[in-house]
Design a protein around this ligand. Structure first.
Ligand SMILES: [Zn+2]
Length: 223
């Protein structure tokens, strides 16, 4: 659907919706003759229409700009959404590429008093069974340790698929396999390949990718 068609459809739907909201408001919410119980029902209907308004507003690109409201805010000429107000929902196209949010990075040199103040985003999506979390924060003071230490600004991405977890940040890429299934969950060890005996290395189904100068290009783990 092209933009003009979307805009036309949206205007039509919003028009009908606004009429319904006005109708409920005028005839029932401001009617002193109806009972308290009935009033509650109409109040709920009005709230639900408001929710529909919010969802329709998500489709609006605010293509025709904003107009001043009586309380000196700017409202979209089409959907009536106030400029700069936060959306509670996200609307994604069912088909094709989906984009949620813009790439976030630490954006301040300041060290914040606490984690909450330093947080830019910490959001998780379950996408057809794969779970992705993105966490971005500025530097903050942590009270976890007695001394109080500064936690560096960071952007982290975590992907979970089945019992495999992949963690990516500025300094490392860490893949964790079947930790949940590990019996007894004994100690974990770590080491560079050259620190591990050849006969033990054979337990690790890992293939390194590299170029003719032995520049590391990636690795494959066989399952
Ligand atoms: Zn709008």
């Amino acid at each position: 659907m092209n933009r003009v068609k979307i805009e036309k459809d949206l205007k039509k739907q919003l028009n009908v919706l606004f009429k319904s909201m006005d109708f409920v408001s005028k005839n029932f919410l401001n009617n002193e003759k109806i009972s308290q119980k009935e009033m509650q029902i109409f109040f709920n209907i009005y709230q639900q229409l408001g929710l529909a308004w919010e969802f329709l507003g998500l489709q609006c690109g605010h293509w025709e700009g904003y107009k001043r409201t009586r309380d000196k805010k700017e409202a979209c000429k089409i959907c009536g959404k106030i400029k700069g107000a936060d959306d509670f929902y996200v609307l994604l196209p069912k088909k094709g590429f989906k984009k949620l949010g813009v790439k976030a990075n630490p954006n301040s040199k300041k060290t914040f008093e606490n984690k909450k103040g330093a947080e830019i985003v910490n959001d998780t999506i379950n996408f057809y069974g794969a779970v992705v979390n993105v966490g971005v924060h500025n530097s903050y003071k942590s009270s976890l340790f007695d001394q109080g230490i500064n936690i560096a600004a960071e952007r982290t991405v975590n992907v979970k698929e089945g019992n495999i977890e992949c963690h990516i940040d500025k300094h490392l890429i860490h893949i964790r396999l079947c930790d949940r299934d590990r019996k007894g969950r004994g100690k974990r060890y770590g080491g560079f390949p050259w620190e591990i005996k050849r006969k033990n290395l054979k337990h690790f189904p890992v293939i390194f990718d590299f170029d003719e100068k032995y520049k590391f290009l990636g690795l494959t783990i066989l399952k």
